[in-house]
Write a protein that binds this ligand. Structure first.
Ligand code: ZN
Length: 359
């Protein structure tokens, strides 16, 4: 009983690992609301269903055993994790691994300015007190995200930002720009209901306000250029609720999101984007908000944006971007050609030698 109560409490109060479906499309450590419902049932906190399905109970028990196993792993990890410290100001809470005291102090220093910049640009107040968790070890952070693509993530419903501090001195990431990007996610979700905020717009706006930066470790190759030249875009309607999980596709999703918001700013202006966000806040769905502010449908917007990309992306641009890859390929080709010629020459020389011996 005590264990079930503890399990339930751990799920409800965990600061970051669970309920991040909105951000990454899956629950990082496997907890689910179903488990909590099951705990509630066993603890007598909720009434059992009238028609009990035996197979569903067996399934729940197997899942519970699996989750208990997971809980042990998480618990050991928590024990193993370095001691965490906390700094609290009037505006935010910073939780950090002990040796990151200077970084935590820096967060409290730069936070008011970043917040003010975002509030000025998006013309909304951020009336919440976020928690920023600075993680020292990259491995610990990767266990939270389940991959090595990201340097930070935000969990709007928990007002939480988690940053992999080990990546904060790797170009192009900085603590300032990463914090600004993640804080923008919190600001957007604070004012717009999740159902009205498509993922592509969420990421596009966050990159727009943070100088094009995201929390994704981007591919060096610009996958959007390849998509434009081959016509293999990810359609916007596939990026409404979540992004794909494979490396190339998630890079393309981020690049498309940024490119589309930049296009919206160029074609319609910053004021129209802000007005669009306000309409989403007041309950409009994305298609209706786009029609109101841009006088075209979402499909038309997507089409004209693709046409714009086709006009501005040429094979010359592609060659210029991939010049090093091309040079490397040509050098490798030349080396192979040289090697083949050398082998042929050697064989010819041996044949000549053989002929001479016959005389
Ligand atoms: Zn983001």
């Amino acid at each position: 009983m005590a264990f079930l109560a503890l399990l339930r409490l751990a799920y409800k109060n965990c600061p970051c690992m669970h309920q991040t479906k909105g951000q990454f499309g899956f629950c990082e450590c496997g907890f689910s609301s179903e488990l909590i419902k099951f705990c509630d049932l066993l603890l007598g906190l909720s009434a059992p269903k009238k028609n009990i399905n035996l197979s569903s109970i067996w399934f729940s028990v197997i899942r519970l055993l699996f989750f208990i196993f997971l809980l042990f792993i998480v618990s050991f990890e928590s024990l193993y994790a370095a001691q965490r410290s906390v700094i609290q100001t009037n505006e935010l809470v910073v939780i950090f691994d002990e040796s990151l005291g200077a970084a935590a102090k820096e967060v409290t220093t730069i936070y008011p300015e970043i917040k003010s910049e975002l509030e000025t640009l998006l013309r909304w107040k951020l009336n919440l007190k976020p928690a920023v968790l600075l993680v020292k070890e990259n491995q610990t952070f990767q266990r939270m995200t389940g991959n090595n693509f990201f340097v930070a993530f935000a969990v709007p419903r928990k007002k939480l930002i988690v940053i992999d501090y080990s990546k904060m001195h790797n170009h192009p990431f900085t603590l300032r720009i990463t914090l600004k990007h993640e804080l923008c996610h919190l600001l957007l979700h604070h004012h717009i209901g999740t159902d009205n905020l498509p993922k592509w717009l969420d990421e596009g706006i966050a990159q727009w306000v943070s100088d094009g930066m995201s929390e994704l470790i981007m591919d060096k190759k610009r996958v959007l250029d390849e998509a434009v030249l081959t016509g293999n875009y990810l359609p916007l309607n596939a990026l409404t609720y979540r992004f794909p999980r494979d490396r190339r596709s998630v890079s393309l999703a981020y690049e498309e999101s940024k490119s589309l918001v930049m296009y919206m700013e160029k074609e319609f202006g910053e004021n129209e984007i802000i007005s669009l966000l306000n309409d989403l806040k007041t309950g409009d769905e994305i298609d209706s908000a786009i029609r109101k502010n841009f006088s075209i449908s979402l499909d038309e917007l997507e089409k004209t944006w693709h046409q714009h990309l086709t006009r501005t992306t040429t094979w010359f641009v592609y060659v210029a971007i991939h010049i090093y890859d091309i040079l490397f390929f040509l050098t490798a080709l030349t080396a192979i050609y040289g090697f083949v010629r050398l082998v042929i020459k050697k064989r010819a020389y041996k044949d000549d030698d053989g002929d001479d011996d016959e005389f």
